[in-house]
Design a protein around this ligand. Structure first.
Ligand SMILES: [Zn+2]
Length: 470
């Protein structure tokens, strides 16, 4: 009897459970519909996708495609335009004593270098810090190159950002002597990088992330796979497609390369001119390409036009790219200042006194619905005495004006180099804060501008900062 009741009870339960499940699905579907309405499906990038097939690599054997693509996005004539603001999430590995493999100033250096080479080559990309996650109490500071590094990239991964793991060193096979500075996994799309690397290491790995291959790819695989030196050589007389677009990195504007490790002198000159390809043509390789492996990494600084096109096209093919696109409707109202990354004391960016700086709290677009906001900026300024004055005491005034009448939500403070907060006379108005400091000595000082995050629309996103030294 009791058993029968239990059975009935279970039946009823499963019946209700079924109804509940269906209800949840209906609710979920509605929620998804509501969410998808929020996504701008007619964005600039979506429009583009109709014309270009982003699923394959259409420039293989047809490099003209890349130039058509650059024309379609009006690249020529607007080479300096920032097209994508790409967030980077750093994973920092430290040992059990909490000794970090990379410091905050190391991370600023990585992003600054990455932005330097992208700006230099007019790639249209600008990168910023999304977040830093420290993985402590781990032995993974030294990471196995072949298995451990790719696996970490799969297990520790944030979506809609580029994941960069910073370790002390790679563990290679016992008899391997090569130096590995960084690696990119095509499966997890993650980068694992040694703390000590070259100034172009991150730009190189992110080149892979955006679809670039090594120009020397298959150089040692014989006549059937090697890229020829000649730009017009085809497989046979019937074939019209040049092999340089089918082999190597598929790009005709990156010359064929042998192994450059021993073929570049200290002045970055290619010294392998006597070496020939499988057809007997002498190599005339460049040594400056960021995707190459020259003997000296200081020789690397260049991306070719073909490479820039591949990166921009590949970026547009990624689902998350519209959140990074500066043309995306929701991003238009936000600007991005050149002082980023400056989220921490250790990352403070340089300012000069008597100059008005136009700055902002930028937005971090990483998810469909949620927009993470940058709420803290650090700056540093070196205060010096006017040489004509004998008085060693300095008085300064810091003025900050905001684009919203919301000074209650904003904090501005000055710190000395030991991070001790200094006392100020503060004058607060609806849309400005003025801080006066007296009797300072010559030194570096740090300014922190932060705001209390709120969900309302009155978040301050732009401000002007002026330091007057008097
Ligand atoms: Zn590489």
């Amino acid at each position: 009897m009791i058993n029968q009741q239990l059975i009935n009870f279970n039946k009823i339960n499963s019946h209700y459970f079924g109804i509940a499940l269906i209800t949840i699905f209906i609710l979920l579907e509605n929620t998804i519909n509501i969410l998808s309405q929020d996504i701008d499906t007619q964005s600039y990038i979506e429009e583009d996708k109709k014309e270009f097939n982003y699923k394959r690599k259409p420039w293989k054997g047809n490099n003209a495609f890349l130039y058509d693509y650059l024309h379609s996005i009006s690249y020529f004539g607007n080479e300096d335009k920032i097209r994508y603001l790409v967030p980077i999430h750093f994973w920092i590995y430290s040992d059990k004593d909490g000794n970090g493999a990379a410091s905050l100033s190391d991370i600023k250096k990585y992003i600054d270098e990455l932005n330097y080479y992208n700006k230099l080559n007019k790639t249209g990309f600008r990168f910023y810090l999304s977040n830093i996650k420290e993985i402590s109490k781990t032995r993974r500071k030294i990471m196995g190159y072949y298995i451990e590094a790719p696996l970490q990239g799969i297990f520790r991964r944030m979506s809609n950002v580029i994941n960069v793991h910073i370790i002390d060193n790679f563990k290679l096979l016992k008899n391997e002597r090569r130096v590995v500075r960084a690696s990119y996994s095509y499966i997890s799309k993650s980068i694992v990088m040694r703390k000590v690397n070259s100034t172009t290491s991150l730009a190189h790995e992110i080149g892979h992330y955006f679809g670039l291959l090594h120009p020397h790819r298959n150089y040692n695989k014989g006549k059937n796979k090697q890229e020829p030196v000649s730009r017009t050589r085809t497989k046979n007389s019937r074939n019209k497609i040049p092999l340089c677009e089918l082999r190597g990195d598929y790009l005709s504007d990156t010359p064929a390369e042998p192994k450059l490790s021993f073929l570049v002198d200290n002045d970055c000159k290619f010294v392998g001119n006597t070496i020939t390809d499988s057809w007997g043509d002498n190599y005339k390789s460049h040594t400056n390409n960021i995707m190459s492996y020259p003997a000296h990494y200081y020789c690397r600084y260049h991306f070719t036009t073909g490479q820039i096109a591949v990166m921009l096209y590949t970026s547009a093919s990624y689902n998350t790219s519209k959140y990074w696109s500066t043309d995306y409707k929701n991003n238009l109202k936000f600007s991005f200042d050149n002082s980023e990354p400056n989220d921490y004391f250790e990352m403070a960016s340089n300012l000069k006194s008597d100059t008005v700086y136009s700055l902002n709290f930028h937005k971090i677009f990483v998810k469909k619905r949620r927009i993470k906001t940058d709420t803290c900026d650090w700056y540093k300024v070196e205060l010096k005495n006017d040489t004509s004055q004998t008085n060693s005491q300095l008085n300064i005034r810091i003025s900050v004006n905001f684009n919203k009448n919301n000074s209650n939500n904003i904090l501005v403070d000055l710190f000395d180099k030991n991070r001790i907060k200094l006392n100020a006379i503060k004058i607060k108005k609806d849309n400005s804060l003025t801080l006066e400091y007296k009797n300072l000595v010559e030194d570096w000082y740090y300014i922190k501008v932060s705001q209390i995050e709120n969900k309302k629309n009155d978040i301050i996103n732009k401000y002007n900062l002026l330091i007057i030294n008097n």
